[in-house]
Write a protein that binds this ligand. Structure first.
Ligand SMILES: Cc1ncc(COP(=O)(O)O)c(C=O)c1O
Length: 465
């Protein structure tokens, strides 16, 4: 992979000896950012740009700038951070029906983390601490549906919890409850359910899982990182979305990413707990350190007040009316796009999705469809087992003409796929995008894609070397 922009700008191989003019720096970065924004402004890119509204970004950036230099670990200097954090958690709890939740110890409560993976890492840590301290389980395990996000695998790896994976029912793309129940034993700390899963946009049977959790006295974490800030509005709009929040007995924690469908800047997520005891387990104290008594509410130390302020301001500027209005457009667009998929007998939608959907084909490799759609500027996420194309509908797709363009381009893509079905497809499954080459095996993937990403993150060798 070529080093980005090496053909246009000098590559820094160390600290520049003289500082550069700020105006020149801003002009250079503005040029790059404006060009890179073109990749999604068309509305042809799945997920990732949830708001897509430059006015909203500018507004949040203005607020970010007022507090970006504040360290929320020093609360005496920035009491406003406590206000922002407390009210972001309160707004999220409200959406998740936290006020109606029965709690054993005066919960529910929450904390703010750096993103979906951050919330999941803190949740897994909380369940490990609870299992070890409250239940005396030395080596706890957590069970996730195979479709739940890899952040759970990463978190279990990092905090030393055994991860068990339950298969999904291929007909519904929801976790297989019997298989899940079979995996529970005396060392199980918690189960995971997705609302919704990243891959298929399907919601696991949270009510049944809640009953299972209560029967076995284990936790149930609902991963609402993707769906948490949009599915509740879909329910209010009358779509068939089952309760997955604190209304459901047995749900003990929920993650919902403010940097996804709450339309915040990248870098925040909310993690909610029904009971304080779970949250408090991840507080860290070191009272006899030479540098003074140390305490942090989670894994991070210093954090920027800017993200809390911008997230709070973004949420308050939209309010329930704004979120509902955005959600209405997103759901309508998603169902229009799904209708375009259903119009082709060669294509098959996976499960019963809503704002985020996946489709495959039993007649040809679906990556042929992707190969063609790429030529029309579409950027979907590629999936495997089975090969499928994933589309998380966000606000950029709600622009006029985008869903129609999808239907028209899909017609041609299906014709292309039928014509080329005996040839190998060009694209393949990489999370967050679709690679241009044939599907790499796991070793090749790690060696090539990951290694090139890591190379770019390393210091370049000095010119003299
Ligand atoms: C369902 C789900 N959980 C967790 C995550 C991880 O979130 P993040 O990328 O913010 O760490 C994602 C990301 O898309 C997701 O869709």
């Amino acid at each position: 992979m070529a080093y980005p922009y090496a053909d246009r700008f000098p590559v820094l191989r160390g600290m520049p000896s003289e500082g550069r003019d700020r105006n020149a720096i801003v002009a250079e970065l503005r040029e790059l950012a404006t060009a890179e924004d073109k990749t999604w402004e068309t509305g042809k890119c799945s997920g990732t740009m949830y708001c897509g509204d430059h006015d909203h970004y500018d507004f949040m950036n203005e607020v970010f700038g007022m507090y970006s230099h504040m360290n929320v670990l020093q609360r005496d200097m920035c009491p406003s951070a406590t206000r922002f954090e407390g009210e972001i958690i309160a707004m999220t709890l409200d959406l998740m029906h936290g006020t109606a939740a029965q709690s054993a110890d005066d919960g529910p409560v929450g904390l703010i983390t750096s993103g979906g993976s951050g919330s999941i890492l803190h949740a897994v840590l909380a369940y490990r601490e609870w299992a070890q301290n409250a239940k005396g389980i030395a080596h706890p395990n957590i069970i996730k549906p195979e479709t739940a996000h890899p952040a759970f695998n990463k978190a279990c790896h990092l905090v030393g919890v055994e991860l068990r994976q339950a298969p999904i029912d291929p007909a519904t793309a929801q976790v297989d409850l019997d298989a899940l129940a079979d995996l529970i034993d005396e060392n199980t700390a918690a189960m995971i359910g997705s609302a919704c899963s990243y891959g298929y946009g399907t919601i696991d049977p949270i009510a049944e899982m809640g009953q299972l959790a209560l029967t076995h006295d284990i936790g149930l974490h609902v991963d609402g990182c993707l769906g948490g800030f949009i599915l509740p509005w879909g329910e209010q709009l009358g779509y068939d979305i089952p309760a997955f929040d604190f209304r459901v007995p047995g749900v003990t924690s929920i993650s919902a990413d403010t940097h996804k469908y709450a339309y915040g800047l990248k870098g925040t997520s909310v993690l909610l707990f029904r009971d304080r005891i779970l949250r408090n387990g991840q507080y860290f104290y070191l009272t006899d350190w030479t540098g003074g008594k140390y305490c942090s509410p989670g894994i991070d130390g210093s954090r920027s007040g800017g993200l809390l302020a911008a997230t709070w301001a973004g949420m308050v500027s939209l309010g329930a009316e704004g979120y509902l209005r955005y959600a209405r457009a997103i759901f309508e667009t998603a169902f229009a796009m799904q209708d375009a998929v259903k119009a082709h007998s060669e294509l098959r939608l996976i499960g019963s999705p809503t704002f985020c959907f996946s489709f495959t084909s039993d007649d040809f490799d679906i990556y042929h469809v992707n190969d063609f759609m790429r030529t029309r500027g579409w950027r979907f996420n590629g999936q495997q087992y089975p090969n499928s194309i994933h589309m998380a509908v966000t606000r950029p797709q709600t622009q006029d003409g985008v869903a129609d363009a999808f239907a028209t381009d899909l017609d041609e893509a299906v014709a292309y796929a039928i014509e080329h079905k005996d040839e190998p497809a060009k694209s393949s499954a990489i999370y967050g995008g679709v690679a241009g080459g044939p599907s790499p095996d796991a070793t090749t993937f790690i060696e090539s894609i990951m290694a090139s990403m890591m190379d770019e993150q390393q210091a370049l060798p000095p010119l003299t070397a």
